[in-house]
Write a protein that binds this ligand. Structure first.
Ligand SMILES: *Cc1c(COP(=O)(O)O)cnc(C)c1O
Length: 397
């Protein structure tokens, strides 16, 4: 693996090791850097939850979990579905796992058995969890979801919400371990709506303390944008998502408060080069036709079937030998063509950087998102399962 990392800085041809068509290199040192960077900036005593939903935002949840498992300030993980959480458990995750969305009752017994904490906000969930806890002979630990401005799942922080919390506290077999809310606008420049959400949450937690006499053990609010911009919302835990991967929640979030390094680099190789005279059309629909006396066209064996956006047809570029090679015509499902006329050193087998740095040039996930009209989160999540994730770095042993 180390050899592979070194070889990637050159554009020389190498023999295939089984993942040369396309591969996502996952830099565990960068992951570690991002975690330390966030941990340094949050309040002492605040622990972290690593949000690993959608296969770790497309980065490979299990690879990342194995590294995060070693960090003492990582309290646990968050996933969106039971199956995601189970995959982490099946691969050795020892820490608690929170499920951030609605969880269907078919898996309640297994949740309890595997120490997975569902978000709770519906009375019928409490009843079903209570029955499952009785069957399992061990308690169901839950995190109550509170809606303070997202309008998504979660009880409202009002009298009815308080009755729900009261019911949860008194449901046999159910343990209210935590309570969380989620920011809707923490990545925007106006802090007022986020301050209002924090105040609503704190007021409600205060009512639970005063009126129900219950101290919620684990309170958490912040997502990535909150970690960067709202230290007052650190509480017991913060939930780090996009920043874990070295990506930014939005353009409006500070890039200097918490330094980050991108974790994923996406690579491929040129598989074919041909020279064409003028008037040759390239790819489906012939949306591009050569005009120069000679155009060198390189085929890259990557397409939208890998999650590489088709909307980059005719406007994206890749990096080859440290230079930009523009995409010619349409991106196909499994292949695309780029112009290497101005990169004479490019040859069949040359390394091709789809996301990441090559020499002085760099294409970030954010840039590729902007170019393709997609959100950086979405782009990362959509990197298909047929793309191997290859870890590199990771020093904790
Ligand atoms: C996805 C999610 C997060 C992580 O969000 P980022 O913006 O990636 O940090 C945190 N909390 C909840 C409830 C989520 O759904």
């Amino acid at each position: 693996m180390a050899d592979r990392t070194r070889e990637q800085s050159s554009c020389r041809t190498t023999d295939s090791e089984g993942f040369d068509r396309i591969w996502a290199q996952i830099d565990l040192d960068a992951l570690r850097f991002n975690m330390e960077s966030m941990h340094d900036s949050i309040q002492e005593g605040t622990q972290m939850v690593a949000v690993l939903k959608t296969n770790g935002y497309g980065h490979g949840a299990v690879i990342l979990m194995k590294e995060l498992e070693k960090l003492p300030y990582v309290w646990g993980y968050a996933a969106a579905t039971f199956e995601e959480a189970k995959e982490l458990r099946d691969n050795g995750a020892q820490k608690p796992i929170i499920l951030l969305g609605y969880v269907f009752s078919y898996c309640y017994d297994q949740l309890i058995e595997l120490g997975i904490r569902p978000a709770c906000f519906r009375p019928d969930m409490l009843e079903q969890l209570s029955l499952a806890a009785e069957r399992q002979g061990s308690p169901a630990r839950i995190h109550i979801a509170v809606d303070t401005g997202m309008g998504r799942i979660g009880i409202r922080p009002d009298d009815e919400g308080l009755r729900f919390v009261d019911k949860a506290i008194h449901t046999p077999g159910v343990v209210v371990e935590g309570m969380f809310t989620h920011f809707a606008k923490a990545d925007e420049s106006d802090p007022a709506p986020t301050h209002a959400q924090i105040a609503l949450y704190q007021h409600f937690a205060g009512r639970i303390r005063d009126e129900l006499g219950y101290e919620i053990p684990i309170c958490h609010i912040s997502n990535s944008a909150g970690i960067i911009e709202f230290p007052e919302a650190n509480l017991n835990l913060v939930r780090a998502g996009i920043t874990l991967y070295g990506l930014w929640p939005s353009d409006e979030v500070s890039r200097v408060k918490v330094p980050l390094k991108p974790v994923m680099t996406l690579y491929s190789r040129i598989v074919y080069i041909k020279e064409a005279g003028p008037g040759v059309s390239v790819s489906y629909g012939g949306t591009y036709t050569t005009s120069a006396d000679m155009t060198r066209i390189a085929t890259i064996p990557v397409g939208y079937g890998d999650g590489y956006p088709r909307s980059l047809s005719g406007k994206g570029y890749v990096l080859i030998c440290g230079k930009k090679a523009p995409i010619l015509g349409r991106v196909c499902m499994d292949q695309m063509m780029v112009d290497v006329t101005d990169i004479p050193e490019a040859e069949e087998g040359s390394l091709c950087t789809l996301i990441g740095q090559d020499g002085g040039e760099c294409i970030t996930m954010e840039e590729l998102g902007d170019l393709s009209g997609r959100f950086n989160y979405e782009l990362a999540c959509d990197i298909n399962t047929r793309v191997p994730r290859i870890p590199c770095g990771g020093s904790l042993g």
